[in-house]
Design a protein around this ligand. Structure first.
Ligand SMILES: Nc1ncnc2c1ncn2[C@@H]1O[C@H](COP(=O)(O)OP(=O)(O)OP(=O)(O)O)[C@@H](O)[C@H]1O
Ligand SMILES: [Mg+2]
Length: 312
């Protein structure tokens, strides 16, 4: 696992919508984490906890309310020349949740995939452009005959493969996949996850992989961050998070995953999470603390000691 170099540093990031108004939403409320070159960082949490906003702020679709995002040491939200902006747009790509809405229905697959190739002038001739499209189609498990068809002629899983090909077309370094599989049939989900994992290894890509629940991210992620209401409550290497979930919210998410064998499934109890259980009125959270190497939890001093005792 290539984990020595930081590709992204997210520092005290805040994203408040309608700031100062009655309908203010603290969609991201002071989160900090790093993403290492060549890793898959999973981001999970229930609907509305701020996962997409985190992805969109990192990729500069939104300006940040506060904090910083550094990409290879450069402030993503800082002023840039048109050339620098173009370079950034090429390095970072996004794959979206809804494979039906994210492809322009009026364009042929070849033109959808080649959009980035055209913008960045990556092909010297029409022929080279088409060769690139064919190769991308094959890379994602489709074939060259698909180039002249339109999005409505494809299934959800195939459309998501087209979305992946489109993202790969500009040879990015970093891909944000925002719930790329949640709109797909369960039987297709594993295929798309496996494809993404294979491409990540082959092309040495770095991913931020966003998902609702912990069942599928486990297979793809090196590390996983858990979000709850705009805050990151726990972050750990994937195995460690499954073995030793410390934050009660993470425990509740894990208890929601069905067990593969019927005996354990019958005894599985869904844990619910009660934020009042922390007693933060009396013991304020002291921050995102490292309980075990690489394992961070949002906690009070008292909880920090309890968590440390647990992992020892
Ligand atoms: N453009 C916006 N204007 C105002 N509020 C927004 C905007 N985008 C998101 N929000 C709010 O910010 C919060 C976080 O939303 P976000 O879409 O990031 O959640 P999410 O974790 O991606 O949820 P889901 O799993 O449903 O996709 C929500 O309360 C949402 O209503
Ligand atoms: Mg979302």
């Amino acid at each position: 696992m290539a984990q020595s170099n930081k590709l992204l540093e997210i520092k005290n990031l805040k994203q408040y919508f309608n700031e100062g108004k009655v309908n203010e939403v603290k969609a991201i409320d002071n989160i900090s984490f790093d993403i290492y070159k060549g890793e898959v960082m999973g981001l999970v949490g229930e609907s509305g906890c701020g996962k997409s906003t985190t992805g969109r702020t990192i990729i500069r679709l939104y300006d940040a309310t506060g904090g910083e995002v550094l990409y290879d040491g450069i402030n993503v939200h800082g002023k840039k020349s048109t050339k620098e902006l173009k370079q950034f747009n090429r390095k970072m790509q996004m794959i979206f949740q809804d494979p039906y809405a994210s492809l322009n229905p009026r364009l042929k697959i070849a033109d959808i995939i080649a959009e980035g190739i055209d913008i960045h002038g990556l092909a010297k001739s029409k022929q080279e452009r088409m060769e690139m499209v064919y190769e991308l189609l094959e890379t994602v498990g489709l074939n060259r005959e698909h180039a002249n068809r339109y999005p409505h002629e494809f299934s959800g899983g195939q459309r998501q493969r087209i979305g992946i090909a489109r993202a790969l077309a500009v040879q990015p370094e970093f891909i944000i996949a925002d719930e790329p599989i949640s709109a797909l049939d369960v039987s297709i989900q594993a295929q798309v996850v496996n494809l993404m994992k294979k491409l990540q290894k082959e092309k040495e890509l770095t991913y931020l992989f966003i998902a609702h629940d912990l069942s599928m991210v486990k297979y793809i992620s090196d590390r996983i961050g858990v979000m709850y209401f705009g805050k990151m409550v726990e972050l750990a290497p994937a195995d460690e998070l499954y073995r030793n979930p410390l934050h009660p919210y993470t425990q509740s998410l894990l208890s929601a995953i069905p067990a593969p064998d019927p005996i354990s499934e019958r005894s599985r109890r869904r844990k619910s999470y009660d934020p009042a259980s922390h007693n933060y009125d009396q013991n304020e959270p002291v921050g995102f603390r490292e309980v075990n190497p690489g394992h961070f939890v949002l906690c009070s001093e008292k909880e920090f000691q309890q968590y440390q005792a647990k992992v020892k």
